[in-house]
Design a protein around this ligand. Structure first.
Ligand SMILES: Cc1cc2nc3c(=O)[nH]c(=O)nc-3n(C[C@H](O)[C@H](O)[C@H](O)COP(=O)(O)OP(=O)(O)OC[C@H]3O[C@@H](n4cnc5c(N)ncnc54)[C@H](O)[C@@H]3O)c2cc1C
Length: 490
């Protein structure tokens, strides 16, 4: 199908793939919310692209996907070429098509935004799913093995992207992860209604087909010393993520019925995927101090309050709905415009029955005489002067305190990284807020991009940036691999 008219976008509205009906979602269906485009849907939506000559969509995309070009290939039904082009910038395109906040990135900067942006994410998902289902695989037949070997610590998006690019450069990548499954937060944090876990299984098979080796269930710094990896391998990439829990220090956090977000999501994802819900093998390690609080309470018919308005908070409220909670409220201290969660996910949550209370700051969690939570004491806020990061502060309004009744409170204030001793002992510097120091391009340090202060060690993703996005972790893993290849193959 070729483009019929530059004004086709006026006749043909933006359309997302069909979603699972609301009554199924609220009855506990954990399936991926958005269905799949067929070829005709993908071609029609791709045909809405104006090929405007100023592809802000590509510039805004952290991996700079060649979006107008692959939309054109879809229109011409050249799906395998489109898939190869998607992979040329993004080692995990089918994942990003599903979980990227496109409304803030490519689609948010589409020239057609005012009329309804091109559904870039849904077309990306179509291209890669269709190509992989038809047997297409990245072609490495021209790649010459270099004999070099690199260890990748962490099988999250940063580590997987790095391994993909190393394999393409002829470098043997061995990926270590403390968990038995790959994916990092894609596997255990992000719920299946956003990302079907079979997508990660397929990606594992693709990467293994490219020669990437996985050694899973191995904690580096615990089961295996990093110094051993440095001896055995030519370089090491660290993509260890950000798992230091921001607890907010609220009085009453120890009450029964108060849960940290990540163990709650991890537990659900293990139950949904049919795995043993016991968390002993994965949940306790990353979130120090919460190991004794990981039993998941029955949410059926309960009132749930989620504190925090980021992606994690949205995943918690929507999971609580699927678990049968009678009333789910998200309390956020700033207004809706300032909420960090993706607007699309907020809209989905609202449709599923979540109530949002903006400009509410929690002061304390209240309990009853038996030590069970009974609610959250909140105070109303107004927006004040900007803080050091430029965001307007939430200023409490005196005398506006009230109790938000709850049987279960989930704390979703976010995560930050931390630099373990076993890294600093090997000369890796961290910042005061726990990020691994890795060089940026032309930062005057004389180091290659993503090289740490130990020249054999590179790092990227959330452990360097702080908690961020899948696509930024992918970008850093990809670019760190290029630096490693520069160092080893020069
Ligand atoms: C609940 C939730 C929902 C989110 N939703 C979205 C979303 O919708 N869209 C989006 O773009 N982003 C989302 N994010 C953010 C996104 O998941 C992360 O930014 C991204 O996964 C970071 O990738 P990473 O590879 O740096 O780290 P991770 O995904 O955290 O992977 C790190 C890996 O390193 C392993 N590891 C750590 N230390 C060791 C060690 N010592 N030895 C061996 N292995 C180790 C861990 O087990 C883990 O597998 C969400 C995050 C959360 C928590």
């Amino acid at each position: 199908m070729s483009k019929k008219s530059a004004f086709q976008f006026l006749d043909l509205p933006r359309q997302m793939p069909q979603r699972i009906p609301l009554e199924l979602r609220t009855a506990g269906d954990w399936g991926e919310l958005y269905g799949k485009f067929g070829l005709a849907d993908a071609q029609y939506q791709a045909g809405r692209c104006l090929d405007c000559g100023n592809p802000y969509c590509s510039w805004k995309c952290p991996v700079h996907n060649a979006i107008p070009q692959w939309l054109q290939l879809v229109q011409e039904n050249r799906i395998a070429e489109a898939a190869a082009l998607c992979h040329s910038t993004n080692p995990l395109p089918e994942v990003c098509g599903r979980v990227c906040p496109q409304d803030r990135l490519c689609e948010g900067s589409c020239t057609l935004e005012e009329f309804g942006a091109v559904t870039i994410g849904a077309v990306e998902k179509y291209i890669v799913d269709a190509a992989l289902e038809s047997g297409w695989r990245p072609d490495l037949s021209q790649v010459q093995a270099s004999g070099k070997r690199v260890a990748v610590v962490g099988a999250g998006p940063a580590g997987l992207a790095c391994a993909d690019r190393l394999a393409r450069a002829g470098i043997h990548a061995v990926v270590f992860d403390r968990y038995e499954q790959i994916g990092g937060l894609l596997q255990f944090g992000i719920p299946s209604f956003k990302l079907d876990k079979r997508v990660i299984d397929t990606r594992r098979e693709v990467l293994e087909g490219m020669g990437v080796e996985f050694r899973l269930g191995v904690e580096v710094g615990g089961d295996l010393a990093l110094s051993e990896l440095l001896e055995e391998f030519d370089a090491v990439f660290l993509g260890t993520g950000a798992y230091r829990y921001t607890d907010g220090g609220l009085p009453g956090q120890e009450l029964n019925g108060v849960l940290p977000a990540l163990p709650f999501l991890v537990q659900n994802s293990r139950i949904v995927s049919g795995n043993d819900p016991a968390l002993s093998s994965i949940g306790g390690r990353p979130i120090a101090g919460w190991e004794d609080k990981i039993a998941l309470p029955d949410l059926d018919g309960r009132r749930v309050v989620v504190l925090g308005g980021g992606d994690t908070g949205m995943d918690c409220v929507r999971s609580a709905i699927r678990l049968g909670a009678a009333k789910v409220t998200c309390a956020y201290r700033r207004d809706e415009a300032n909420m960090p969660g993706s607007a699309r996910e907020v809209a989905n949550a609202r449709e599923e029955g979540v109530r949002f209370l903006f400009n509410r700051q929690p002061l304390a969690i209240e309990g009853d005489a038996d030590g069970n939570v009974r609610g959250v004491q909140v105070v109303e806020t107004r927006l004040g002067d900007p803080d050091e990061r430029g965001r307007q502060r939430a200023v409490p309004i005196e005398g506006s305190e009230s109790l938000l009744e709850a049987d279960v409170v989930i704390i979703a204030f976010g995560f930050s990284p931390s630099v373990p001793d076993w890294l600093t002992e090997l000369g890796v510097e961290g910042t005061p807020n726990g990020r691994i120091v890795a060089a940026a391009c032309d930062d005057g340090s004389g180091r290659l991009p993503y090289q740490t202060t130990n020249p054999k060690l590179f790092a990227g993703g959330d452990c360097v940036r702080g908690a961020d996005l899948v696509v930024t972790a992918v970008a850093e893993g990809r670019d760190a691999a290029a630096s490693i290849a520069d160092m080893l193959l020069a």
